[in-house]
Design a protein. Structure first.
Length: 101
């Protein structure tokens, strides 16, 4: 829930695709986290596979997630792809997509 720590890790043009099909930009994601409308209680990543391509890194994996959202509790195992780009010596998330496993 540390939005201040999370914000610099997100690229300005971030597109974040949730497993339920909702896609939002970084500002919308941060606003929902800040307001408490979306609260991650647990996110355990495993089976990570990282591929580098120039200044980009593609991270594929599985995540066990427990969260609370507008529709209630979320308890799911997801597969995901996260794309990071290195800009000015730091890594930022530029795209994320997950799906129920």
């Amino acid at each position: 829930a540390d939005v201040a720590a999370l914000e610099p890790l997100l690229a300005p043009g971030l597109r974040y695709g949730h497993a339920n099909g909702v896609v939002e930009d970084g500002a919308a994601l941060l606003a929902r986290l800040r307001s408490g409308a979306l609260r991650y209680e647990r996110l355990d990543a495993r089976d990570l596979d990282v591929t580098f391509a120039g200044d980009a890194a593609l991270v594929r994996g599985i995540a066990d997630v427990r969260a609370k959202g507008p529709a209630g509790a979320i308890d799911a195992t997801l597969v995901y792809l996260a794309v990071y780009a290195q800009t000015d010596g730091r890594w930022q998330l530029v795209a994320y997509q997950s799906a129920a496993r």
